[in-house]
Design a protein around this ligand. Structure first.
Ligand code: PRP
Ligand code: URA
Length: 228
């Protein structure tokens, strides 16, 4: 018997090999998996969607900051003096406008002393190239580690452009934190900036012909701000 079932199974289109990307961290925490499914569902309204973006960003911040350096400090408990630990790095949060805004409060809740530097980029609808329209970085870098926040890593153009800007600014240590990535975006970011760890909740199948992540969640900015 000819097994024609094999002929009917087509591989996902545009699959990009990212098996060699050592700096990619995809969370498998059950809370993240649960919240991500709610986030993706098309019936999830903007209010709930924003709550889920916040909650996921908080959980991912916890994971993405696991290697922050700490320094010993003297403290006194009500019972005795002791050595405690404090974070020994000045941290900058860099949300990519618009959709990255939804992740800022959560990251700030976890790192209240962080500075926030906004970068505004949008993707040109035909070329998918990032266009910069806002940049509020001061002349000199004021932080030693920057956490770039954007829910979606699609072609990777926006993340790569933002990290180019941060490196030109003088930031030495940079991490990217997102919710959903396409393999194409992971490949692009890892090739352009192999020193930048990528922390995401999921890597999906591929990009469609419009540059949207499949299955993804649609347009992260529109879904947060009700502008679809
Ligand atoms: C979305 C998203 C990322 C970008 C990802 O922003 O928030 O910034 O697309 O795509 P890329 O990896 O192909 O660059 P968008 O351009 O839709 O702007 P918005 O956040 O203002 O809606
Ligand atoms: N930007 C989004 O908001 N969603 C995608 O799927 C791709 C880019």
């Amino acid at each position: 018997m000819t097994d024609d079932r094999a002929l009917r199974i087509t591989p996902p289109p545009h699959r990009t090999d990212i098996s060699d990307v050592a700096n990619l961290h995809v969370s498998d925490h059950p809370l993240i998996l649960h919240k991500l499914a709610l986030l993706r569902a098309s019936g999830t309204e903007p209010k709930k969607f924003r709550e889920l973006v916040r909650e996921l960003a908080m959980l991912l911040t916890y994971e993405a900051t696991a290697d922050l350096p700490t320094a010993a400090i003297n403290i006194e408990t009500p019972v005795a003096p002791m050595l405690g630990q404090e974070i020994a790095e000045r941290i900058g949060l860099v949300p990519i406008l618009r959709a990255g805004l939804g992740m800022v409060d959560a990251a700030l809740m976890m790192i209240p002393y962080a500075q926030v530097w906004h970068i505004g980029l949008y993707r040109d609808h035909t070329t998918l190239e990032p266009i910069e329209y806002y940049n509020k970085l001061p002349v000199q870098p004021t932080t030693s580690m920057c956490l770039v926040l954007d829910p979606m890593l699609a072609t990777g153009g926006s993340a790569v452009a933002t990290i180019d800007i941060l490196k030109r600014w003088g930031t030495k240590r940079i991490k990217f934190m997102g919710l959903i990535a396409a393999p194409e975006g992971v490949r692009h970011l890892a090739d352009a900036h192999p020193d930048v760890p990528i922390h995401v909740a999921a890597v999906d199948s591929h990009l469609n012909e419009h540059g949207y992540i499949v299955p993804g969640l649609g347009d992260a900015g529109d879904r947060q701000f009700g502008t679809a």
